[in-house]
Ligand binder design. Structure first.
Ligand code: PEP
Ligand code: MN
Length: 388
């Protein structure tokens, strides 16, 4: 295989031999395996727009040693009237760049007929988009269409922040016999976004990795960021959170792109972005490299114990108040009191170098739990009947 050109981070890349999917039952080695400490890279345009556009970007990215070229052929657009992709015709363009460059090619499939067409055009890797993962009927249809086929599949998170739905998508594919699966975190759709196009909610992919440490986790920085200026920061966060790699939208002329123009970058900028990443060691445990870690972690455990003790004491007091509210028939939620608690906490906490955002989240969780306790005190469940 090619070596990545002129990049120190990639100098140590351990390349596997290229893996093609095989529809005749011949053993193929998996694509989504951790073989190196450098990021696994999926890059290419949002959409396959023309043979020339695809050839230009594929050629430029091939010399940078990407792992998989991506290009959408059927585009899920939020509102009608936008560019919907070039369909089957562009599958042929993907075939052509595959032959010309030797880079594995991938596209998004959203139903069984997309799967049939992608397979019959020799697409190496498929991905399931966020608007499809959200729909168990469609994921099942795709899984059924893939039964008995050995092909790598990337599963993007669903548009809504539902860990179980994301897991469910993976499980449906696995139940159909697919084994070469990667997760792609592309952020979550929210009304009134502030910074990002799709809110990353990093805790969800972190939870996902706790559930499925065996699966490669990639970060689709383009769909999270939504704009070029934010890409590098999101990519660095992903590296710091030990993601296995990135998916990035790259276009030879981003400003002319027919879809997602604001978030696409040129191959040269892609190169710059990857070169600028600080790649941290993902295999080594911090404990193995520094003797103080053990002591510091014990200290943290001790503080965590105290936190839990304090919270338990708080809930005890909350239940006492619940008794009094019950006695006087007073509603649980006292909006004015809650407003003051939050205001005070934010004021105290920000003075102690905690962020207002964190304190709000923490106190909302504490308040929720307090409400549960008072609901329990004020609406006692009838004793369960004996089960014998
Ligand atoms: C895409 O990758 O071009 C795409 C449509 O992404 P998502 O499913 O994450 O919206
Ligand atoms: Mn896109």
């Amino acid at each position: 295989m090619r070596a990545r050109a002129g990049n120190d981070y990639f100098g140590t890349s351990k390349w596997r031999s290229c893996c093609l999917h095989d529809m005749n039952g011949i053993e193929t080695s998996p694509v989504f395996v951790r073989t190196r400490n450098t990021p696994f890279l999926v890059a290419g345009p949002c959409s396959a727009e023309s043979p020339a556009q695809l050839a230009a970007v594929a050629q430029a990215l091939e010399t940078q040693g990407i792992d998989i070229l991506r290009a959408g052929v059927w585009k899920p657009r939020t509102r009608p009237g936008g560019f919907q992709g070039n369909g089957v015709e562009s599958l042929k363009w993907l075939q052509d760049v595959r032959t010309a460059t030797g880079v594995m090619v991938s596209t998004e499939v959203a139903n069984a007929s997309h799967v049939e067409l992608a397979l019959s055009h020799g697409i190496d890797v498929l991905w399931i988009g966020a608007r499809t993962t959200v729909n168990p009927f469609l994921v099942q249809e795709i899984a059924d269409a893939l039964r008995g086929v050995s092909i790598p599949v990337m599963v993007k998170n669903p548009v809504n922040p539902d860990l179980r739905l994301w897991l469910g998508g993976v499980e449906r594919l696995e139940a159909a016999g697919l084994t070469d699966i990667a997760l792609v975190h592309r952020g979550f759709s929210f009304f009134n976004h502030k910074k990002y196009r799709n809110s990353p909610i990093w805790q969800i992919p972190i939870d996902m990795r706790t559930e499925r440490p065996d699966l490669m986790l990639l970060c689709d920085i383009s769909h999270i960021a939504g704009s070029r200026a934010l890409l590098a920061d999101v990519a660095q966060i992903a590296m710091d959170l030990a993601y296995d790699g990135l998916m990035v939208e790259v276009h030879p002329e981003p400003d002319q792109a027919l879809s997602d123009a604001a978030q696409q970058i040129t191959p040269a900028s892609f190169r710059q972005l990857i070169d600028g990443l600080h790649i941290r060691n993902r295999q080594l445990d911090v404990q193995a490299v520094h003797p103080d870690i053990d002591r510091l972690r014990r200290e943290i455990d001790r503080l965590d114990d105290r936190l839990l003790q304090v919270l338990a004491e708080r809930m005890h007091l909350v239940r006492n108040i619940g008794d009094i509210k019950n006695e006087h028939d007073i509603a649980i939620l006292q909006p004015e009191r809650w407003r003051r608690i939050l205001e005070r906490a934010v004021q105290q906490g920000t003075g102690n170098a905690l962020t207002a955002e964190f304190i709000e989240e923490l106190f909302k969780a504490i308040h929720q739990e307090s409400i549960h306790h008072q609901l329990d005190v004020m609406n006692p469940r009838p004793e369960k009947p004996p089960t014998s």
